[in-house]
Design a protein around this ligand. Structure first.
Ligand code: FAD
Length: 445
């Protein structure tokens, strides 16, 4: 084929990106495109912007890294601002491309985008590549996956299903396509770098994922450096004992933000984990890192299995639609519920863009079970705020806590007082993120 487009989605990387490798192998000339949707700051039905400033900042860092990596190979990343379908279609027309390559994303909006591209006459080559295990290698058909995580994990472990080795970085990039920017507008080559260069963001002291620090920047290069640093340190030896901590840089792996935007692939992470184990030996903690990556896969496969049902109010359950209390929801978002641990967590989330797994569970359970609010509102707030927002993990975890997911148990209710006594016995976390100590993140763009 002659001219084609590679459309980067949540795979902002060059290494282990089989969809990109396919495109490089098949196209004579290739336009490398990413689209920044113009509606990302538009208000959701719950009354706040869909993508908050922290997430945008981290994503822009990843884009800048990708643009730099491509520039080093003498290739240019085109950045489109607008509706993804329109932008891809317009660029395809401008350069006479009939083929679009991209990673497959199983969530309803992203599926609709590919359907719309096909309806516009384009040949779309989607490739599933965001899970650790390949769906084709599972010991069951993905549409017959066990509904409960433990049964899924035992089946996979029993069959010794292994991830495929990471794909090589493309050794050769096709020639770029001559793009008449006026024709393809609003696609422009330089925007990503320019917007990141001019953005300043200050995170509060004590942020557990300090992405304004160069060691936590969103780019692929930094993701890979973080992987090496993490597995060269003693942290993985104790992961199982520390993973429930509430605050700090090292208590958990912090891979999630890079995994979410695809700056690193789960197979690359797994390769580093295995290398660590062969150097220093496997233990309970290193096993547990792989175990958590299986949770990530479980929610991905559940989305392949159940599709749009996971996005309905009742999820997979027959429960009536949830109730909602707009005022209580607003107080929860603002960290003003009156429960000190919940409020501290909500302040950390809003000001830093990250929250520990333990506190995600506590605050989500509080919203659903104590404030009697709609889990979808909470999931939307997390989507807006988390730098590691991932549609599968977010939806899956919220549904699970709401008792509307794949797990048959009636929801997970966490007693917030007990959680505070167990995980923050001396109140250190509550005073770190308490109202008096709160330094709001400021952003100038
Ligand atoms: P680690 O503890 O170091 O775990 C290693 C990796 O395993 C993580 O990077 C992640 O990829 C995976 N993982 C760990 N726990 C889970 C889990 N419960 N579900 C799925 N994968 C997991 N994670 C996201 O990546 N994006 C989200 O939008 C998201 N939303 C969540 C919403 C709720 C209500 C809850 C309870 C959890 C959510 N999680 C989400 C899962 C989990 O909290 C984060 O993945 C984790 O805290 C990220 O930090 P880490 O990389 O240091 O994790």
């Amino acid at each position: 084929m002659q001219n084609a487009i590679y459309w980067f989605r949540n795979d902002l990387r060059l290494a282990d990106n089989p969809a990109l490798t396919d495109a490089c192998g098949q196209a004579e000339r290739l336009a490398l495109l990413v689209v920044v949707p113009d509606d990302e700051r538009r208000s959701t039905r719950w009354g706040f912007e869909r993508m908050g400033p922290h997430r945008r900042h981290f994503r822009d860092q990843a884009l800048a890294g990708l643009a730099r990596a491509l520039a080093a190979l003498d290739r240019e990343l085109l950045v489109g601002a607008g509706d993804p379908v329109e932008t891809v279609t317009r660029l395809a027309r401008a350069i006479g491309a009939t083929d679009v390559f991209c990673e497959a994303i199983a969530a309803p909006e992203e599926l609709a985008q590919c359907a719309a591209l096909r309806a516009a006459g384009l040949q779309v080559h989607e490739r599933w590549q965001s899970s650790l295990l390949d769906p084709a290698d599972l010991p069951f058909r993905v549409d017959q996956m066990p509904r409960v995580f433990t049964a899924f994990r035992q089946a996979v472990e029993g069959a010794r299903t292994e991830p495929r080795p990471p794909a090589a970085t493309p050794s050769r990039f096709p020639m770029p396509v001559e793009v008449a920017v006026e024709v393809a507008a609003p696609v422009s080559p330089a925007r990503a770098l320019a917007s990141v260069a001019s953005a300043t963001m200050v995170l509060p002291d004590g942020a557990s994922f300090p992405f304004t620090d160069p060691d936590f920047n969103g780019s692929e290069q930094v993701a890979l450096a973080h992987l090496s640093r993490y597995f060269d340190s003693a942290a993985p030896r104790h992961y199982k004992q520390t993973r429930n901590a509430l605050s700090g840089v090292n208590y958990s792996t912090k891979f999630s933000p890079w995994l979410a935007i695809g700056a690193v692939s789960p197979r690359t992470v797994y390769g580093s984990l295995q290398a660590h184990e062969s150097r220093l030996g496997a233990n309970d903690s290193t096993y547990w890192i792989g175990f958590e990556l299986l949770w990530r896969d479980f929610f991905r496969f559940a989305t392949l299995q159940h599709g749009a049902r996971l996005f309905h109010a009742s999820g997979l359950s027959r429960l009536p639609p949830p109730r909602h209390d707009t005022d209580a929801f607003r107080r929860w978002c603002a960290g003003a519920t009156g429960h000190a641990l919940v409020d501290a967590g909500m302040r950390e989330l809003v000001t830093s863009g990250y929250l520990s797994n333990r506190l995600r569970q506590v605050v989500a359970s509080y919203l659903i079970h104590e404030l009697d609010c709609d889990w979808r509102a909470g999931a939307a707030w997390f989507e807006s705020r988390l730098v590691d927002f991932d549609v599968y993990s977010n939806q899956g975890n919220w549904l699970y806590l709401a008792g509307r997911g794949a797990d048959p148990r009636q929801g997970r209710r966490f007693n917030p007082d007990k959680q505070a006594a167990t995980y923050d016995p001396d109140g250190t976390y509550r005073s770190l993120w308490g109202a008096r100590h709160h330094h709001p993140a400021s952003s100038r763009e």
